[in-house]
Structure formats: C-alpha cells, structure tokens
Design a protein around this ligand. Structure first.
Ligand SMILES: CN1c2c(nc(N)[nH]c2=O)NC[C@@H]1CNc1ccc(C(=O)N[C@@H](CCC(=O)N[C@@H](CCC(=O)N[C@@H](CCC(=O)O)C(=O)O)C(=O)O)C(=O)O)cc1
Ligand code: HCS
Ligand code: ZN
Length: 764
C-alpha cells in the first residue's frame, strides 16, 4: 500500500487564531494558560483535518518559529536568557522578540536583545537564527515534542514527529565568536541520539528529519557531516525519513541516496527529473517519498498529468512509494473554502492547504484503486486545468507587446550618480546625516478598523478617505515635531506593501483569508498573479500629493518594486518569472513617472525581497540578478537627474549581491543592520559602494527602544566603513508593527543622535 503523509500544516489557524492569541498575551491581556489552550486547540484541529493521511506531522506547530523550537529542544539558549526562572514559553518569547508579556518580564522589564531573524531559504518565512560559540553545550529537552506526540495520539492519528536535522540546524545557525559551527556536530549528535530514542520510546515508528540544506551547494566538509551524522543516528530504533525540499538535489543526490536512513523525501514538484536516478541509486529496502503536490504555490495540480507520470513509478516501487506535498504547507493559506468573494473562475483554478491534501487523497486513491475509483474528482480537476489554460483573462496582447519593446535605454538614468547627487542636493538642501524613515508608521487598530468597515461596506469611500487622510496628517505632524528631514506619508491606506499594489493592478486576484505566516504573529496575504499585468490608473499619487500638501519638507513617494511584488505574490507557473517581473516593472515605471509629474522629489522603490528571490543554487544567480536588476532599473530610471530615487532592503545578506545592488543605481539605499551591529556594511565597504546608504539603527522588530547613545555608536561604526557624507540615519524597516508610544521615543533618540553626529563627525 502506498503511504500518504504531510510534511507540515499551517499553524496560524484558518482565522489567524494563533496571531490574535499571541498578541493578546504579549499585551498582557490574557494568561499563558489561555495562549497554550489556543495552541492545543489549533494542533487538535490540524490533526483532525489531516486525519485521512496515513502519517500526520507532529512538532510542526510552533508558538513563534520551528527553528527556535528546535533550539529549545536542544537546550541551545543564548547566554543572555539563561537562568530565567519563569515559564519556558516566556523565555522562548524573550529570544524571539526581546520580551514576553509584561507580567512575565520579572527583574528585566527592559527586555533582552532579540535573536537575529532571517529568511527561511527562498520563502517569505523568517526563522530565529540559532546562536553558537565554540563552547556551546546542548542538553535535551524533549518535553514539547513528547507532549505533542501524546496529544496527537489522543486525537487518533498516526503520528510522525518532525524535527530539523542536525546538519541543517548547524548550517543555518551563526557562530557569535566566528568559531566553526561544524566543530559542534559530535556534541549535537549525542543530543539528537537521545531525542530519537525518546521518540522511539513514545512508540513512533517514523520520524521526519528535515535536512533542507541538501538543496543547496555543500562544501565537502558539510557533505561529510551528513555521513557522520546519519551514521551516528542509524542505530536509532525509530526509522528516519530524511526530507529535502525547495528544489533538486543535483550534486548531493548520490550522497543522499547513500545515507543510512530508512527513507528519503524528494521535492518531486521541483525535481521530477531526479526521481529516476534516485530510484536507481536508492538501496532496495528504502522508502522513497515523492513530494508530488506543490507546497509553495496555490494552483491546482494537474492530477491526470501527474498520474500519467506517477503510475509507472507506483508499479515499480509498490509499498516503498510514499506521496506527500513537496514541502511543509506552512507556505500556503489554510482553506480555499473560506473564500466567498473570489471570482468563481479564478477560484476554480486554486488549491490551498486543505485542498492540496484532498488532491493527495485523490492521487493515492487513483493509484490504489485505479483512476475509475475517483472518476468524478479527476474529471472536475481536468476541467479546471483546461479552463485556466484557455482563459482569455490570462493573456493581454498589449502588455506582451510592451514587454517585447523593452530595450536597454529604458533602464538608463540620464547622468552618473555624482552629477545627479549635485543636482538633488541643490534642491533638497539636506543636512549631514539626513534622517528619514522607511515608509510605514504604526498601523493602528483605528486604521485597520476603518479599512475593515470600508471593505465590509459599513462606511463609504468618502469617510474612508477622510479617515486615512487624518492618519496621514497625524503622521506628518509627528514628523514635523520630531524634526525628521525627509518625510513619508506613513502608508496608512495600505493593508500591505505588496497586496495593496496587487489589488490595483489588472492580472492580479486577491483573497480574503489567504493568510500565510511571515514571522511570529505577523502574516501576509500574498496576492495571486494569474494574468498579464497592467496598471489601469495611478495607484499612490493622490495620497502622496495630499501628504506633500501638508509640509514643506520633501515627502517620499513610496512604491514597492517589481521584484518584491513578484517575490511576495503567488505567481504564475505558465510563464517565466522574469516575464511577469518585467510586466510589473512597466506598471511601476508609469507610477514613478506620474509621481514625478506631480512634483514628488524623492521616490522610494522598496526591493525588500530582492535577496530572497535568489535561486538556492549559485550557478543560477546571475540569470536571476540580471532580470531582477533590469526590472528595477526599468521601474526606477525613467526619471530626471534631479529626482532622487531611494530603494530599501531589509534582512539582506549583502555580500553575495552587492554588485547587483550597485547596478540598480538608486541614489540612496536604506538597509537592515541594527541587529547585526553594522556587520552588514562590510560588503558595502569592501565593494566601495558608490551611492548613499542609510544603515538601519533601530531594530523595528523588537519593542525595545534604542537610546541616543546606542544609535550614535552604531553610526560611528558605520562611519568607519562608509564616508560620513554618504550616510543617512533611519530605522531598519517600516514602523507599521510598532505602537506610536514606541515610535516617538525611538525616533526622538534617532533625530537627537543625528544632531550629535553632525557636530561630532567630520563630513563634507
Ligand atoms: C516587510 N515585510 C513584509 C513581507 N512581506 C509582505 N508581503 N509584506 C511585508 O511588509 N516580508 C518581510 C517582512 C515581513 N514583515 C511583516 C511585517 C508586518 C506584517 C503585518 O503587520 N501583517 C499584518 C497584516 C497586514 C494586513 O494585511 N492588514 C490588513 C488586515 C488587517 C486585519 O487583520 N484586520 C482585522 C480586522 C481589524 C479590525 O476590525 O479592527 C481582520 O481582518 O480580522 C489591513 O490593514 O487592512 C498582520 O496582522 O499580521 C507582515 C509582515
Ligand atoms: N515601505 C515599507 C517597506 C517595508 S520592507 C514599510 O515601511 O513598511
Ligand atoms: Zn523593510
């Protein structure tokens, strides 16, 4: 019998129950017991939803992040949070976000430095980076996993615990003292051995061990680490299913095939071409789990096409074949059935997490009982696939023609940076160390309530516009009072920096409940790019003009760049991403030019997702960066010399892409640096990045407020690497997740720091 299973299910809940429970607790408005009860209920519901599977994941639920869970399971806590005497979950939140609920802060009400957060491979999910030193010690705490195994058994499902594998755990962590992470492997393996033994003692037959770094290029020491690790774990009584996802194994395939594990999971949605070789290389007693349903997109699977390919494999492998989604379903929304307003035709093309598991059920049934046993389901699927292929709504010949006409000149500024900078300085007359913010100001409950009421038809457009203008006016007043130099309008009218644009562009559809976890309690609702993209009318101009009318300070026009819109959308799988990106670039270019025409002097085009879109394999980087940079340049560079173009990137490791960033040729770039203590600037220094830089000095992901002294210190470090006259002073990222009570003191300190720097640091 073929085994069906799942690698992970979205933990946030169909109505974002986890988010609301977390935030209520963090505000001190509920108890830890309330929060834990919500978690338990979500896990119960998720297991029930997955009950038709032969094996159900356990341990995929996390109160913040699965990597942080693993750090706690392994007893790998940063020194600064050790010895905390309260509840473990409160300590966990202290690592995750610098603090827990007010009632749990005890003797340290100011909080601690939060753990660094970074992107999970090429997804929009963020994990908390494990911290190591040469002396790191590990100590098993399996209580969380054991409790959840028991809970799941009580629900009546067949349990398959899920953990992050030892090599991936080490590879994704960071040594705080520059020691070699790999040197910790022997100590770590002892704890993993204990963990596997514990799981076996709970009566589990299988454990899923995620080793996702196997889809990246591995140096030989890391390849060797896999051999060492799995040799050491091979004596365990529980069977290991080694899971890899997000791409092909390429050079790592022979290594994976030879590891002494009971089964291997391959992302067959993205690496179908490797299946035959893996079957050939895998010893005959091993299970092969194929990720046949794409866990990263929201499109229905062509089930008949899949079966054409899979049936012979099923015959060949028999019981050795397992089927699953390609990766954890963490990256897709929970339930398409919640969508009541989505266009019926488009909805018929889609599948969210629950629907993907239903697809898996149909595939398993078709393999076990023949296609005839699921005839109705397969027919309906075929009709949906054909409808999408043939739909006239997908193709817009005018857009295709505009993309075909793109030439190199479209992305060229008129003059080089020094000449532009001179012209811009003459108009903007900014002081040294100019201060600015990244765009958004707090998205207050009032703003969200007004938008909710507008969308529900409870208030009309005039009232909604008035409410948003009120917020913009407040934001301008606050910036005047703070004494910032370059203003923003605060993005009150935007639900999200990508969804907002998706809602206004033709070729996009958007959902009501299609939430996906981005980090902690924060979720995004990626818009669905289904057709050729065009801009029916200006999208931001009226708001920016209104904001500019309230002040004499320069007001930044605020846009999201084409690469970020693309990377944070669910995109088409029927044309190259590069083509979709250029279509978006042309739409954003028109918006940039409209802003310029409206008299806007500074235009920021956020490319926060440029880095994360990099293919996981280096040999594919150049091709991606070429079209990504070209798309940005098309969007940005139609303006005159005197218009100042900014871009913004957060969470970026810049070393790898610094050349591409320079080629984008924005007049100024603001970046995230505060948690990494300006380390990220090394790339800009080494490369001699020629344009202006604003290294973030305020970690906006933590409620902690940076002091003036701290900011001055960070900027002095920055000035050691970058000429002071090219430095801006700004937060790491937008302020939408913060409260006004946090933002005002933090920005007051930031402006004060800039003033201090102007008198203490030499800049021309
Ligand atoms: C910069 N980041 C972003 C990423 N990806 C994006 N697509 N967008 C980003 O900004 N990736 C990297 C980082 C990740 N960072 C963040 C930061 C903050 C959020 C966030 O705040 N998300 C919000 C949801 C935002 C949103 O869409 N808001 C809507 C709906 C608001 C809402 O929940 N309404 C309530 C009703 C409210 C009421 O009646 O009072 C409801 O619908 O129930 C809006 O403003 O209209 C979040 O809450 O998680 C995400 C990623
Ligand atoms: N302008 C956006 C960028 C976030 S990456 C903001 O300020 O929220
Ligand atoms: Zn940002």
């Amino acid at each position: 019998m073929i085994t069906s299973h799942n690698l992970g299910f979205p933990r946030i809940g169909a109505e974002r129950e986890l988010k609301f429970a977390q935030e209520t607790y963090w505000k001190g408005q509920s108890s830890l017991a309330d929060l834990k009860a919500v978690g338990a209920e979500l896990r119960r519901q998720n297991w029930q939803t997955q009950a038709s599977l032969d094996l159900v994941p356990v341990g995929d639920f996390a109160f913040y992040d699965q990597m942080l869970d693993m750090s706690f399971t392994l007893g790998n806590l940063p020194e600064r949070v050790r010895g905390y005497e309260g509840d473990l979950l409160d300590n966990y939140f202290r690592v995750a976000r610098g603090r827990s609920a007010p009632q749990a802060m005890g003797s340290n009400p100011e909080g601690v430095a939060a753990g660094e957060m970074t992107k999970w491979f090429d997804t929009n999910y963020h994990y908390i980076v494990p911290e190591f030193t040469a002396g790191s010690e590990f100590k098993l705490d399996a209580a969380r996993l054991v409790d959840q195994i028991r809970e799941a058994k009580a629900v009546g499902v067949n349990v398959k615990p899920v953990i992050v594998g030892p090599v991936t755990y080490l590879a994704l962590g960071k040594a705080k003292d520059d020691s070699d992470n790999l040197a910790l492997l022997p100590k770590l393996l002892t704890v993993y051995q204990q963990l596997l033994e514990t799981v076996a003692n709970e009566g589990c037959e299988w454990i899923q061990v995620d080793e996702s770094i196997l889809v990246t290029e591995l140096e030989s020491a890391w390849q060797k680490a896999f051999e060492t690790a799995y040799q050491a774990l091979s004596t365990s009584k529980v069977k290991i299913l080694l899971t890899t996802y997000f791409g092909p194994l390429l050079a790592n395939l022979p290594l994976v095939a030879a590891l002494p594990v009971a089964g291997v999971h391959l992302d067959a949605a993205n690496a179908r071409e490797e299946v035959a070789t893996l079957i050939q290389k895998l010893p005959a007693d091993r299970v092969l789990s194929l990720g046949v349903i794409n866990g990263r997109n929201i499109w229905k699977t062509d089930l008949n096409g899949l079966l054409d390919w899979l049936e012979p494999i099923a015959k060949q492998l028999g019981d050795r074949l397992w089927i699953a989604p390609s990766c954890s379903l963490l990256h897709v929304p929970v339930d398409l059935d919640s969508e009541k307003k989505l266009d019926g035709e488009i909805k018929s093309w889609l599948a969210f997490a629950k629907q993907k598991l239903e697809e898996l059920r149909v595939v398993k049934q078709a393999l076990a009982g023949g296609r005839g046993s699921v005839e109705a389901e397969l027919k309906a699927n075929q009709a949906a696939i054909a409808s999408r292929r043939q739909s006239l709504r997908v193709n817009n010949p005018a857009v295709k023609a505009a993309v075909a006409k793109i030439d190199a000149k479209l992305g060229e500024r008129k003059s080089e940076f020094p000449k532009r900078a001179e012209k811009q300085a003459a108009i903007l007359k900014l002081p040294k160390f100019p201060t600015t913010t990244i765009g958004s100001f707090p998205q207050t409950a009032d703003i969200r309530r007004a938008r909710n009421q507008f969308k529900a038809g409870k208030i009309d457009e005039t009232s909604y516009t008035a409410a948003m203008e009120n917020e913009i006016a407040r934001c301008v007043r606050e910036q005047e009072a703070l004494g910032l130099d370059v203003f923003v309008h605060g993005e009150a009218e935007r639900n999200d920096m990508v969804e907002y644009f998706g809602e206004q562009l033709d070729g996009y559809a958007f959902s009501e409940f299609g939430w996906v976890q981005s980090y902690g309690s924060r979720c995004v609702k990626p818009p669905i790019l289904f057709g050729d993209i065009s801009r029916p009318k200006p999208m931001t101009v009226r708001w920016i003009k209104y904001a500019q009318s309230l002040t004499k300070k320069p007001m930044k026009g605020m846009l999201t760049g084409p690469v970020t819109i693309l990377n944070w959308s669910f995109v088409r799988d029927d044309q190259p991403r590069s083509v979709s990106c250029k279509q978006i670039a042309l739409a954003i270019r028109d918006e940039v030019l409209d802003l310029e025409k409206a008299g806007v002097q500074v235009i920021q085009i956020d490319e926060a997702a440029l880095r994360e879109g990099l293919p996981l394999r280096r040999f594919q980087w150049k091709e991606y960066l070429d079209w990504a940079v070209e798309s940005f340049r098309i969007a940005a560079n139609g303006v005159s010399d005197s218009t100042q173009i900014h871009t913004h990137m957060c969470y970026s490791e810049f070393n790898d892409i610094i050349e591409a960033i320079a080629q984008m040729d924005a007049d100024a770039i603001t970046i995230e640096t505060s948690r990494s203590d300006m380390e990220l600037l090394e790339a800009f220094e080494t490369f001699k990045y020629p344009n202006d830089i604003g290294p973030g000095v305020y970690d906006i992901h933590s409620p902690n407020i940076p002091t003036e002294k701290h900011i001055v210190g960070l900027m002095q470090k920055a000035a050691e690497r970058i000429p002071a006259e090219r430095l801006w002073v700004n937060p790491d990222c937008g302020l939408k997740t913060r409260q006004w009570e946090e933002v005002i003191p933090a920005l007051t300190n930031m402006v004060a720091a800039a003033k201090t720097l102007r008198v203490t640091t030499n800049a021309q």
